[in-house]
Design a protein around this ligand. Structure first.
Ligand code: NAD
Length: 252
């Protein structure tokens, strides 16, 4: 990992560091990525489980998936060393914001204080009629009795606060992410295949704005050619070493 020391010294010079994360950062917490050999979509067809049209048409598909797969997984998982490393970099003073494509809430669990969730969160469910919000546990309890679940307040339809395929991203959230990308002077992309748009525009925007771009991902991405640093290793291995080196350099 020769590049690691160079990344660390560039981070130490930066004033506004932004992290941009994807499913790969949560892989070591036991959450499968969507793509690739062990990807979730090899087992579950995203057209049935993650598409807004299908959800509107046949919501019980999603809710069965929620009950059998998503709920037990989210209840079990914990942030890993990579999530905690980003919290440490924030404490060191460099990291201002985490922009994530993940919907698992693990950055907040690890203590990151400023997180932009581009694709929403799986931890909140709300009523399409009265907007009342419910926790995972509350909805899991309702699902014991009825699928699809109805809002206990008004009997309206419930949905998760995630962005389904076929839905646009929230323009305000997207704008705040784009603004961070424009403003930062260092973008650290971690655990993303960088193929999903518009989320994958973030590194490009940062680079166009003059930021240094470092990509940490287990395998190559289509944006590697524009990155200043590429480290093809697991996030849980690289990020803690980065923190250690940052601490050593800042105390030395
Ligand atoms: P992706 O599945 O397209 O790519 C993940 C990337 O992470 C891959 O390139 C893989 O090589 C890499 N990777 C796997 N394990 C890694 C590790 N330990 N360290 C570093 N890299 C590792 O994921 P993406 O780019 O985030 O794609 C976007 C979509 O996937 C988003 O819509 C997001 O909402 C969704 N997603 C979220 C979660 C989650 O919330 N945890 C999980 C799966 C998918």
């Amino acid at each position: 990992m020769d590049d690691l020391e160079s990344v660390v010294s560039a981070i130490m010079k930066s004033r506004h560091l932004v992290a941009f994360t994807g499913a790969g950062i949560s892989a070591e917490s036991g959450i499968p990525t969507y793509r690739g050999k062990d990807g979730l979509w090899n087992k579950y067809d995203p057209n049935l489980y993650a598409n807004i049209n299908y959800f509107n048409q046949e919501p019980s598909y999603y809710w069965n998936f929620f009950r059998e797969v998503r709920y037990p997984l989210i209840k079990k998982v914990q942030p890993n060393q990579a999530h905690f490393a980003l919290t440490e970099i924030e404490k060191e003073g460099n990291l201002k914001t985490v922009i994530t494509q993940n919907i698992d809430g693990l950055h907040q669990e690890a203590g990151s204080s400023s997180v932009i969730e581009l694709h929403g969160t799986t931890r909140v469910i709300y009523c399409l009629n009265c907007s009342q919000e419910y926790s995972l546990d509350e909805v899991f309890y309702i699902l014991e009795k009825e699928i699809p679940p109805a809002c206990p307040e008004c009997k309206g339809r419930l949905r998760p606060a995630v962005v389904f395929f076929g839905e646009p991203l929230d323009p305000q959230i997207l704008n705040s992410a784009f603004k961070e990308a424009e403003t930062c002077d260092f973008l650290l992309a971690v655990g993303s295949s960088l193929v999903v748009h518009p989320a994958a525009d973030i590194p490009r925007i940062a680079k166009q704005g003059g930021a240094t771009l470092a990509i940490i991902n287990k395998e190559g991405t289509p944006l590697d050619y524009m990155a200043d640093y590429v480290i093809n290793e697991k996030a849980g291995k690289v990020l803690p070493r980065m923190v250690q080196s940052l601490k050593e350099n800042s105390s030395g």
